[in-house]
Design a protein around this ligand. Structure first.
Ligand SMILES: *Cc1c(COP(=O)(O)O)cnc(C)c1O
Length: 471
C-alpha cells in the first residue's frame, strides 16, 4: 500500500495545455482541414474523458498516448468531410457518390460569373429588376421543344410545385403502376398529400389504359400525372397509356404532366428511355426531370412545357423556397450551351462513359499486367443507375482482387483517395466502367501503394491503421 502511494506521488496529472498542443506539428493538417476551433473541441472533449477515467486517477498522463489517441479521433472526424472518391462500383450515376460529377471545363467556365457580382436579377437592357432565369427559357426550348422552362432545387421540388400550384384541392389521376418510391422516402402519394392534391388511382400495377384515365375524370380533376418508371421495371404483360392518345382525349382543362425523372433528351446512347422531347412532342403540357442524372449537371429540378403554366409555377409563393441559386443556374446554362453545341463537356458523365465502355477492357488489361499476382480480369455489367434506365445493363470489364473481400473493401475505402468497389460472390471487385480516365491513373498509383510498395503510400496506410481505432 505504501509503495503504491509513493508511486502515485510521481504521477503527473497535468495534461498538456491546449494552446501549446495546438502548435504541434501533427495537428496542422487537421487544423487546415477541420478548422482550429473544431480541433480544439476534439482535444477538450478527449481531455474531459481522460480526467473522468479511473486510469488517469491512478496513473495520470502516463496511462495515455495522447498524440496517437487524438490523431485517431481527428482522423475519424475528417472522414465525415466530403472528399473525392474513385467510383469503381459499375453504377455510373451513384446517388451515394454524388450522382453526376461536373466536368472540370464546365466548372472553370462559370468561375467568373460566380466570383463576381452578376446580373442574376437585373435586366441589363433597361436596368429594371429581372427574373432569375438567364438564358434558361431559350436554351430549354431549343433543347426540348417546350415553350418555356423553370429551374428548382431538385426534381422532388418540381413535382411538389406543379401539384401545389396546379392541383391543390383538386384531383390528380395517377396509374397504380406508377405509385413509386424513389430512394430515401420520396413517395409520389406522400408528395401528393403534402401538396394538397387528391390522389385518384386508376388501372392496375401492370396495365393502365387511356380509357382508365378518361373514365376517372370528374369536374374536379386538375391533372393526369404520368410518372416515368425510373428505378424499377415491370416486365411481361404490361401496358401503359399512350401519351399521344391521352393528350388528344383529355379535356382541355385537365393538365397532362409527366415526371420523366432521368432527363434523357437527345442522347443517342439511351434509345430505350422515353425522352423529354418525346413526351413534349406527344402533347404533354409539362415534363419535369433531374439536372444531375443523364444531363450531368448539378443537383436541380427542371420543369419544361407550356409557357402559361410555367408562368403560374413561377408565381407560386413556394418558388421563393425552391428557386436555385446562381451557382446552379450558371452551371446549367453553361452545360446546356455546350450540349447544344455537341461539345464533349456538354455531355453528362453517363453519356460519356456509356460511349466508351470498351475502354474498361483496356483498363482491366493494364491492371492485370501491372499487378499479375494480385489481380484478375473479369467480365461484368454496368448500369447507369441513380434512378434511370432500370432495365438496361451494359457489358463491361473490371478486376477481382485476391484476398478477404471485406478487408480489401475497407482498406481501399480508407486510402488517401478512397476507392469504392463492390463485393460480388464473395470477391472484391473493381468495376472499371465507372472509372473515368482522369481517375484511372490515380487508381493505379493507389493500388501500387497498397498492393506492392506498401511504403509508397504511407499516408493511406497510417490512416487505415489510425482509423481502425475509431470505428
Ligand atoms: C430521380 C427521380 C425523382 C427525384 O428527383 P430528385 O432530383 O432526386 O429530387 C423523381 N421522379 C423520378 C421519376 C425520378 O427518376
Amino acid at each position: 500500500m505504501k509503495a503504491n502511494q509513493k508511486a502515485n506521488q510521481k504521477v503527473s496529472h497535468r495534461l498538456p495545455q491546449v494552446e501549446q498542443l495546438l502548435q504541434q506539428h501533427f495537428l496542422s493538417p487537421f487544423i487546415e482541414k477541420l478548422s482550429r476551433p473544431v480541433v480544439t473541441k476534439v482535444i477538450r472533449s478527449y481531455f474531459a474523458e481522460i480526467r473522468q477515467s479511473a486510469v488517469f486517477k491512478l496513473q495520470g498522463c502516463n496511462g495515455f498516448n495522447i498524440i496517437e489517441a487524438l490523431t485517431s479521433r481527428l482522423e475519424g472526424v475528417l472522414l465525415q468531410r466530403q472528399t473525392a472518391v474513385i467510383n469503381a462500383t459499375g453504377t455510373i450515376i451513384h446517388t451515394n457518390l454524388g450522382r453526376s460529377p461536373i466536368d472540370p471545363a464546365l466548372w472553370d467556365a462559370v468561375k467568373e460569373v460566380n466570383t463576381s457580382y452578376n446580373n442574376l436579377e437585373l435586366k441589363l437592357e433597361d436596368g429594371k429588376r429581372g427574373q432569375r432565369k438567364g438564358l434558361l427559357n431559350t436554351l430549354l426550348a431549343t433543347l426540348t421543344g417546350a415553350d418555356a422552362g423553370l429551374l428548382v432545387n431538385n426534381n422532388a421540388c418540381s413535382i411538389y410545385l406543379l401539384l401545389h400550384e396546379l392541383a391543390k384541392g383538386k384531383e390528380v389521376i395517377v396509374s397504380r403502376g406508377e405509385q413509386i418510391q424513389i430512394g430515401g422516402g420520396f413517395r409520389i402519394p406522400d408528395i401528393l398529400a403534402l401538396s394538397g392534391a387528391k390522389l385518384v388511382e386508376v388501372g392496375t400495377t401492370n396495365i393502365t389504359t387511356a380509357d382508365d384515365y378518361i373514365d376517372a375524370i370528374t369536374e374536379n380533376t386538375a391533372m393526369v400525372l404520368v410518372v416515368h418508371q425510373s428505378n424499377f421495371a415491370i416486365r411481361g404483360f404490361t401496358e401503359s397509356a399512350d401519351i399521344n392518345e391521352l393528350s388528344r382525349r383529355l379535356p382541355k382543362e385537365v393538365i397532362l404532366a409527366v415526371d420523366q425523372g432521368s432527363g434523357v433528351t437527345c442522347e443517342p446512347h439511351f434509345p430505350e428511355e422515353k425522352s423529354v422531347l418525346k413526351y413534349i412532342s406527344a402533347g404533354a403540357d409539362l415534363v419535369c426531370f433531374s439536372g444531375d442524372k443523364i444531363l450531368g449537371g448539378p443537383q436541380a429540378g427542371i420543369i419544361c412545357g407550356d409557357a402559361s403554366l410555367i408562368q403560374r409555377l413561377e408565381k407560386n409563393p413556394m418558388m421563393r423556397a425552391f428557386r436555385s441559386g446562381r451557382v446552379v443556374l450558371s452551371l446549367i446554362e453553361e452545360l446546356l450551351v455546350r450540349k447544344l453545341n455537341e461539345q464533349e463537356s456538354g455531355k453528362g458523365i453517363s453519356e460519356r462513359l456509356v460511349a466508351q465502355l470498351a475502354a474498361s477492357l483496356a483498363k482491366a488489361d493494364r491492371l492485370t499486367r501491372l499487378f499479375p499476382s494480385h489481380i484478375e480480369i473479369c467480365s461484368l455489367k454496368a448500369v447507369v443507375g441513380g434512378g434511370t434506365l432500370p432495365d438496361v445493363d451494359y457489358a463491361c470489364w473490371g478486376v477481382t482482387l485476391a484476398g478477404d473481400p471485406l478487408k480489401l473493401s475497407r482498406d481501399l475505402r480508407l486510402r488517401s483517395t478512397p476507392i469504392i468497389g463492390v463485393i460480388q460472390k464473395k470477391q472484391f471487385i473493381l468495376n472499371l466502367a465507372s472509372v473515368p480516365d482522369a481517375d484511372f491513373e490515380r487508381l493505379i498509383v493507389l493500388l501500387e501503394g497498397y498492393l506492392i510498395d506498401k511504403k509508397g503510400d504511407v499516408e493511406s496506410d497510417c490512416r487505415a491503421e489510425r482509423v481502425k481505432a475509431v470505428i
